[in-house]
Write a protein that binds this ligand. Structure first.
Ligand SMILES: [Fe+2]
Length: 440
């Protein structure tokens, strides 16, 4: 007899052991903890016809947003497709969603995960993969509303409700509803303090509101809940470094970079993005980071996988430019130009955002600040289309301001810094930029 998972979603298996492993893996995945892939691989080794195991594996691999895991994703999708006849209706829809992602149709995949939730609002796998997909595609309103749409079907007694609230908190934050986001994030953490995504959502609120002291205290105070054996830990260390950067505590930022950000820099692409983004912010401040650029550029170059996701590519480019590796930078831009000609969602992201940003970064590195300004002023208006958070994409606005300052464009620099001061008047970094603009 077919079973149901702990949230009541039907599964086609009648093997309780497989389902138990699935629950363990999915719970870890919801909190980005441990090795859920290892657990599900173990279950699939014992029970290769466990459809939901392949489906979970595919979903987890999608959220990696990395060309390097594509062979594994293909393996899962093809294995699940081979079991189509025994899969139930919900599982077939998961297979179709993962299939679309595998074939580069990221938007189609996200629509299919959303469709699953209409009929199965307790399907937290569809919710989480869709949520991370919304993040990767820069769909801020869906980051909020994909979760909001299922909330009426939930209550605080149901397993994993805290994770649902944590996702909602991040969506609220990315739609600038900061008070609601903070309240929802704190509520999520009352239910489950070990939810690094909810910790991260509140950290974003504190970042966007320029609450630097609180941000440092928030992350430092909860370190035990997010920093060990967690996929998001480097990203949360990055947020902590961002708070210190705003206070111009460069030695502290470099120490965090050396001890935390590059700790596992051969691992996930998300970690490399954070490393590039932090070094680029230091470059904008005129900090000499020594051999760090070269080391980071080497890691990016060795891992390959370019032309898969424009947001990754732009961060790889930062490392090449920082290291002065013109050949790698040119090769990457060639790869991006090819990707822009291909089908799929990333072609749009690369064409509309990735390439204009890449050309702006190259112009900045060549000290052609007027060109960097011109390119960034246009692309920043649609930069959300290539994904990431407001805090991550702020690196583009910071590059624009710095280019305007270095170009001596006093009137423009005053306007750009005024924009920033209105949004975040307590930011020491913003105050420094504004006084430089005034002094031009
Ligand atoms: Fe973040």
């Amino acid at each position: 007899m077919a079973l149901s998972d702990v949230r009541g979603n039907p599964v086609s298996t009648d093997e309780q052991g497989s389902l138990d492993a699935y629950e363990r893996a999915q719970t870890l995945f919801h909190g980005y903890y441990g090795d859920p892939l290892g657990i599900i691989d173990g279950a699939l080794a014992d029970d290769p016809v466990f459809v939901m195991g392949h489906v979970l594996r595919a979903g987890m691999l999608i959220t990696a947003s990395d060309k390097c895991v594509e062979p594994m994703l293909r393996e899962s999708v093809e294995a699940a497709e081979g079991l189509y006849d025994i899969a139930n209706e919900r599982e077939r829809r998961h297979i179709a969603a993962a299939h679309a992602w595998l074939h580069g149709e990221f938007s189609v995949a996200l629509r299919r995960y959303a469709d699953i939730l209409i009929d199965y609002p307790h399907d937290t796998l569809a919710l989480q993969v869709g949520h991370i997909g919304d993040f990767l595609l820069g769909r801020s309103t869906m980051l909020r509303d994909r979760v909001a749409g299922v909330l009426p079907a939930w209550n605080s007694q149901m397993p994993h409700f805290g994770y649902v609230l944590g996702m909602h908190a991040f969506g609220l934050e990315e739609t600038n509803l900061y008070a609601q986001a903070e309240a929802q994030g704190r509520r999520a953490l009352e239910l489950n303090p070990r939810d690094p995504w909810a910790v991260h959502a509140v950290a974003h609120v504190l970042e966007m509101q320029g609450r630097v002291e609180e941000g440092i205290a928030w992350l430092d105070g909860r370190r035990g809940d997010w920093s060990t054996d967690n996929m998001l830990s480097i990203h949360n260390w990055w947020h902590l470094a961002l708070f210190h950067l705003d206070r111009d505590e460069i030695a502290k930022v470099l120490a965090l970079y050396d001890d935390r950000l590059r700790e596992t820099s051969t691992g996930q692409v998300l970690d490399l993005i954070d490393a590039s983004a932090m070094l680029w912010r230091l470059l904008l401040r005129g900090v000499d980071v020594g051999a760090r650029w070269r080391q980071l550029a080497d890691v990016w170059r060795e891992r390959g996988g370019k032309g898969y996701y424009a947001f990754n590519d732009v961060h790889a480019l930062m490392a090449y430019l920082g290291a002065g590796d013109d050949a790698a930078a040119q090769q990457l831009i060639d790869d991006m130009e090819n990707a822009a000609q291909e089908g799929g969602t990333n072609a749009m992201m690369t064409r509309d955002v990735g390439l204009p940003v890449a050309r702006a970064l190259v112009a900045f590195a060549r000290e052609d600040y007027a060109l960097a300004v011109s390119l960034l002023r246009d692309v920043r208006l649609i930069a959300h289309r290539f994904g990431g958070s407001h805090a991550q994409r702020d690196v583009l606005a910071l590059t624009l301001v710095e280019a305007a300052l270095r170009d001596g464009a006093r009137a423009l620099a005053k306007v750009l810094t005024a924009e920033r001061m209105v949004l975040k008047p307590t930011s020491e970094g913003n105050r420094q930029l504004a006084s430089r603009a005034a002094a031009l």
